[in-house]
Design a protein around this ligand. Structure first.
Ligand SMILES: C[S@@+](CC[C@H](N)C(=O)[O-])C[C@H]1O[C@@H](n2cnc3c(N)ncnc32)[C@H](O)[C@@H]1O
Length: 258
């Protein structure tokens, strides 16, 4: 897949240290290997170092390996794959595809991703302004991240698929029971995307014993970490190993050819 200049949209060509286009706009490759295409007009700098470290430490323990194994069934070795909001590349690095691009706004995330995984081109920029050509990707992934609907439809090939991974209703319920006075199930929203058809929804679930030392990292990965009171967060410290449901939905969308 070609990478486009974020200024003039011409194709970028890469050397060891920089990528540049024929209009001489140039962009640095960071020493870890990711390409910085951020035009610095974005307030959003993605997940911070603390969040990335917590997620990395938790994912490295293998708790979500079953999820990436399942997603992998829908990816073909000849695919051009784009992982939108790839974080530190836990999923991106695992998949076998001919051409892989991971996009995120978190420098810490991409430092880790690009240092460890030389099979993927990692790009620092917003998923809402992808530096990619129309109809260039066979597979696009969005895993627990914002959904850039228009860009997904634009860059997906006519017969391409979009894989959306989101938490299911009972995800982490046992953890919420221990922390909140009134635990609740997640609301699961059906996501409609103009131009794509939802072909398949795969529920995947596993109950796993999570070690005491991993509970805080797991909780930090959740969207409710920032909205939970200090008192409730303190309860995490008193917990022992806990059996927790990991429940996800893998939604497979296909592009409607018009
Ligand atoms: C919950 S994390 C998921 C990361 C990865 N997909 C995973 O599951 O391990 C959400 C990611 O979205 C990234 N992100 C949020 N808004 C973004 C944007 N506008 N452009 C690019 N990345 C963004 C964050 O930096 C973070 O890495």
């Amino acid at each position: 897949m070609n990478i486009l200049c974020p200024v003039c949209k011409k194709i970028l060509n890469g050397s060891d240290k920089i990528y540049s286009c024929k209009n001489r706009h140039s962009f640095d490759i960071a020493k870890e290997g990711y390409l910085n295409l951020n035009l610095k007009n974005s307030q959003n700098t993605g997940d911070n170092t603390e969040m990335i470290r917590a997620r990395k430490a938790f994912l490295e323990k293998g708790y979500y390996d079953f999820l990436r194994q399942e997603i992998n069934k829908y990816i073909n070795e000849n695919d051009g794959l784009v992982d939108l909001a790839c974080g530190e590349g836990y999923y991106t690095s695992f998949f076998k595809a001919k051409d892989k691009i991971g996009i995120d706004l978190s420098k810490t995330g991409l430092r880790i991703a690009s240092k460890a995984d030389k099979t993927t081109t990692y790009l620092l920029c917003s998923i809402f302004h992808d530096p990619l050509q129309d109809k260039s990707a066979d597979v696009i992934l969005t895993i627990f991240a914002p959904i850039a609907k228009e860009e997904i439809v634009r860059i997906l090939k006519d017969d391409g698929i979009f894989i959306l991974v989101k938490p299911d209703k009972g995800h982490l319920y046992e953890l919420k029971e221990k922390i909140y006075e009134h635990p609740y199930y997640n609301e699961v929203e059906d996501i409609n995307i103009d131009g794509l058809t939802l072909c398949k929804e795969i529920p995947i679930s596993r109950k796993t014993l999570v070690k005491k030392e991993d509970l805080n990292n797991l909780f930090m990965m959740t969207p409710y970490y920032n909205t939970t009171s200090i008192n409730d967060k303190e309860k995490l410290k008193d917990l022992n190993d806990l059996s927790i449901s990991f429940s996800f939905l893998i939604d497979i969308y296909r592009k409607e050819v018009v």
